[in-house]
Design a protein around this ligand. Structure first.
Ligand code: ADP
Ligand code: MG
Length: 227
């Protein structure tokens, strides 16, 4: 029997109850990826891209289907186990950076450690190294409001990578950036994903970003198709 790929999603479906009955967002989303692979998910607004990413990120439960990551079935875990699994294995980058405005850049990057208690000296060193790697060595004690849009996204990337996640999920990561800044962010994201041998899945409207990913999927009427 072939070994299970690192990320294995089979026939994921998502429906929401509405007054009229059921609203189907995802019908059949299947996808398998190995470490080091990258994939773009494209599709029109409202096609369910963010919903799919939330399920792959274990933030939302699917209505049906199977999902495995790193040999585990996260949706079968208890709530605290799932939170720990997510924090350990999955890094998120959103269109809006989602940095905490009252915290410094360094504190923001360390925030994922707080899910498991406190950040230790080794975590601080790693956060500083990552911030240097993303070009923010001179911005450790800035607040998010004191950064440019591109710098905020760099900080968000460092935060997503702090725990060396298996899976990096990015939802329109360059959606709020000008073209030059967007290109720099795409390059950085792909470089770090390769360095860390992570899986990267990016939802995007940008064909430039989609073209840089190893694989491309279209979400069409609730089904994920290669293309
Ligand atoms: P995309 O990211 O492709 O623009 P989304 O995944 O955000 O699409 O949303 C897909 C559809 O799911 C939208 O039509 C939206 O209205 C619907 N939707 C999202 N979340 C919920 C929810 N909690 N309850 C009901 N419908 C929802
Ligand atoms: Mg969306």
């Amino acid at each position: 029997m072939a070994p299970m790929p690192t990320l294995h999603a089979a026939s994921l479906a998502k429906t929401y109850p509405v007054a009229e009955g059921e609203l189907t967002i995802l019908r059949d989303a299947s996808l398998s990826l190995e470490r080091g692979e990258s994939a773009a998910i494209v599709g029109p607004s409202g096609s369910g891209k963010s919903t799919l990413l939330s399920i792959l990120g274990t933030l939302e439960f699917p209505s049906a289907g199977d999902f495995q990551l790193s040999g585990r079935s996260p949706f079968q875990l208890s709530e605290p186990e799932l939170a720990a699994f997510r924090s350990r294995h999955i890094g998120f980058i959103f269109q809006d950076h989602h940095l905490l405005p009252q915290c410094s850049v360094l504190e923001n990057v360390l925030a994922p450690m707080l899910a498991d208690g406190a950040a230790g000296p080794a975590d601080v060193t790693r956060a500083e190294q990552l911030l240097q790697r993303v070009g923010l060595a001179q911005r450790l004690h800035h607040r998010p409001a004191q950064l440019s849009g591109g710098e905020r996204q760099r900080a968000a990337i460092a935060r997503a990578l702090l725990r060396q996640p298996t899976l990096l999920l990015a939802d329109e990561p360059t959606g709020n950036l000008d073209r030059t800044t967007a290109e720099a962010i795409i390059n950085l994201l792909l470089e770090l994903q390769q360095e860390q041998n992570a899986i990267l899945i990016a939802v995007t409207h940008s064909e430039t970003l989609a073209a840089r990913m190893g694989r491309r999927f279209i979400l069409d009427d609730g089904c994920l198709v290669a293309g």
